[in-house]
Design a protein around this ligand. Structure first.
Ligand SMILES: *Cc1c(COP(=O)(O)O)cnc(C)c1O
Ligand SMILES: [Zn+2]
Length: 401
């Protein structure tokens, strides 16, 4: 039986191609999973290790390489975060972000059906991931970007050769436009919270739980923008709970940039619904991947936090930049600013006593920093020496460094 979609809030069910419920909330797949069990042995690579619980067969090409990222115990981050830190490095996906877990399911499904082109609305990681997966399947792909997209971003997306359309007008409203185009044309726009993407995102949670088994982490910290990734992680937690595989689920902590934080504001005000921020309340941020002021899955992400006993917090660009350096200098990990928020947030949460010393906390850097560095924008101090003076200089290098 083909999977249906279902609303987390009102339990209404729809066909497999619906994206949003009549109540306005986003849908996810209704996959009945009697006897969900973590696999005993890796039959397939990466996230396809959980192929029995994914809604399509194992694909070839770049989609087969999604997921299977390492969970790294990073002791030198403990001092910064104030707890026991594990890092789930999603930057190690084929296009450098967790988005590949969703594209691997959603793009492959459209391509396997063979009729439609695929598309997405993004000038960041979502665009790269969708275009790469379409290229690997030889399907046409349309990417809608804002009119003032930076040239460096276009270059990253263009390498996979999608049709890139710069769209004039309110970029935020393209979410609804793209769903309308999907209803009326032979193209399927796969947006941030597409039900088939969410199904793929669950695998990050399965991997975390399996890597730490039999311990279950006390908390998971991830950045949130549209709320799609948070929804997938929450859905993964629910799947494992329903299967009786975790008793005490990890608390879910979401982090936003202080420049655009509608989910934090709703959380702090004790509201149940996330509403769009007025343009006057939205600022610039270095964390470009998490700037959505009108998150389509914001309310669902907030519900995830409330149900798991977590929290939402915001961090400033200054704290993000400090955390980015700490990831590199203390853990050897190059993460993008949106992902560095997780370390800044963990430090805040332990300070506030929401996370206790000794608790195990999984930070999820969602994307690699390599796409943003290397432009020469950050001044770097270095010293010039002659070959003759090299020996003396090297002898003076602090051994404690
Ligand atoms: C897309 C993205 C996010 C935010 O995910 P949402 O599903 O929009 O909440 C966070 N970090 C990175 C690196 C991303 O690319
Ligand atoms: Zn509903």
């Amino acid at each position: 039986m083909a999977p249906a979609t279902v609303c987390y809030r009102c339990d209404a069910r729809f066909g497999e191609d619906r994206v949003r419920c009549d109540c306005g909330e986003p849908l996810w797949l209704d996959q009945d999973q009697p006897g969900f069990a973590l696999p005993a042995e890796a039959a397939s690579p990466g996230m396809w290790r959980y192929g029995d619980h994914l809604p399509i067969g194992v694909p070839d090409g770049v989609a087969s390489a999604a997921g299977g990222t390492p969970l790294i115990r990073s002791r030198r981050l403990d001092e910064v975060a104030g707890c026991r830190v594990f890092v789930k490095d999603e930057g190690e996906n084929p296009t450098g972000s967790y988005k590949d877990r969703g594209s691997a399911v959603a793009v492959s499904r459209v391509c396997q059906r063979g009729e439609d082109a695929v598309g997405t609305v993004s000038y960041g990681n979502m665009a790269m991931s969708t275009a790469a997966h379409a290229a690997s399947e030889g399907r046409p792909c349309a990417v809608l970007v804002p009119a003032d997209v930076p040239a460096g971003r276009l270059e990253l997306i263009d390498q996979y050769d999608p049709t890139i359309l710069r769209v004039e007008g309110d970029y935020g409203e393209l979410y609804a436009d793209a769903l309308e185009l999907t209803r009326t044309l032979p193209i399927r726009f796969l947006l941030s919270d597409d039900p088939w993407r969410i199904s793929g995102y669950r695998t990050v949670l399965f991997e975390i739980v399996e890597a730490l088994h039999p311990e279950v982490p006390d908390a998971i910290v991830l950045p949130a923008s549209s709320g799609g990734f948070a929804s997938g992680v929450w859905r993964g937690i629910r799947d494992l709970q329903e299967a009786g595989l975790v008793d005490q689920p990890p608390r879910l902590y979401l982090v936003q940039t202080a420049a655009s934080d509608p989910i934090t504001r709703a959380y702090e005000a004790g509201r149940d619904e996330v509403t769009a921020l007025p343009p006057a309340d939205v600022g610039e941020t270095i964390a470009r991947s998490i700037g959505n002021p009108d998150p389509p899955s914001g309310t669902r992400a907030l519900t995830a936090v409330r149900e798991t006993g977590g929290a939402v917090c915001s961090v400033t660009d200054e704290a993000i930049e400090t955390a980015r350096r700490q990831f590199a200098r203390r853990a050897g990990l190059c993460v993008e600013p949106a992902s560095a928020t997780t370390l800044a947030a963990a430090a805040r949460l332990t300070e506030r006593g929401e996370v206790e010393t000794g608790e195990s906390v999984v930070l999820v850097p969602t994307g690699t920093g390599f796409k943003e560095l290397g432009t020469g924008a950050t001044p770097v101090e270095s010293e010039s020496v002659t070959r003759e003076s090299l020996r003396t200089r090297i002898e003076g290098v602090d051994s404690g460094h």
